[in-house]
Design a binder for this molecule. Structure first.
Ligand SMILES: [Ca+2]
Ligand SMILES: [Ca+2]
Length: 212
């Protein structure tokens, strides 16, 4: 009888790790949609090149807004150096990471600024990327969903980044969130003035376009 009890214990103990691996969770990372209103849970590469915003107005008058209250925006700094936020996570096989990203180009070719979403655990995998070449000079890229499933248990780093390519001026912007991003295109000229007034605080934050 005692032997049977011990066997039962051994069988139960061997089942426990199996249960952990089998239960995949969606978005296991902390503060994925920035709804704390700050970068809690994230490591910010350069706080001077990252912000949490409720709305983002482009140079063209296009407006990005989150489905929740907040989203993250990053912009480029030094030439060819990535401005980043990232988060390390212990994931089980089958865990899903997902989100939305958009690229607001504030430069023109050949200065091919770009934004990306990547995940790595040694090897680096780019999940989403958009550049000036993709959205056009000063273009507003449409928000796009990305999704990734962990192929094996391990420690992974999810990174969002924006690079100022070719020089260090006219930085472009990357917008990041989960749960969706809305984008309203540039309004008709008649309503443009009204929207510019409402978006004035955001426009004022932009640096003056540098001359080359
Ligand atoms: Ca959000
Ligand atoms: Ca640039």
């Amino acid at each position: 009888m005692r032997a049977l009890a011990r066997l039962t214990m051994v069988v139960l103990a061997s089942l426990l790790p199996l249960g952990g691996v089998a239960s995949a969770t969606t978005n296991p990372h902390a503060n994925p949609g920035f709804e704390t209103g700050d970068f809690t849970g994230w490591v910010v590469g350069d706080p001077a090149l990252a912000d949490i915003v409720t709305e983002w107005v482009t140079e063209n008058g296009g407006i990005y807004s989150p489905l929740g209250a907040y989203m993250a925006v990053l912009w480029g700094g030094a030439e060819d150096w990535p401005s980043t936020i990232e988060q390390r996570m212990n994931l089980a096989a089958g865990d899903v990471l997902e989100g939305w990203a958009a690229f607001d180009a504030a430069d023109y070719l050949p200065y091919n600024d770009y934004a990306y979403v990547s995940v790595s655990n040694g090897a680096n995998e780019v999940l989403w990327q958009k550049s000036v070449g993709d959205v056009g000079d000063l273009g507003d890229g449409v928000p796009e969903a990305w999704s990734w499933t962990a192929p094996a248990a391990g420690t992974y780093t999810l990174q969002y980044g924006v690079v100022n390519s070719g020089d260090r001026i006219n930085p472009s912007y990357g917008l990041f969130d989960v749960g969706g991003l809305n984008y309203q295109p540039t309004p008709e000229p008649a309503t443009c003035g009204l929207l510019l007034v409402s978006g004035g605080t955001f426009l004022l934050r932009r640096r003056t376009r540098a001359r080359r």
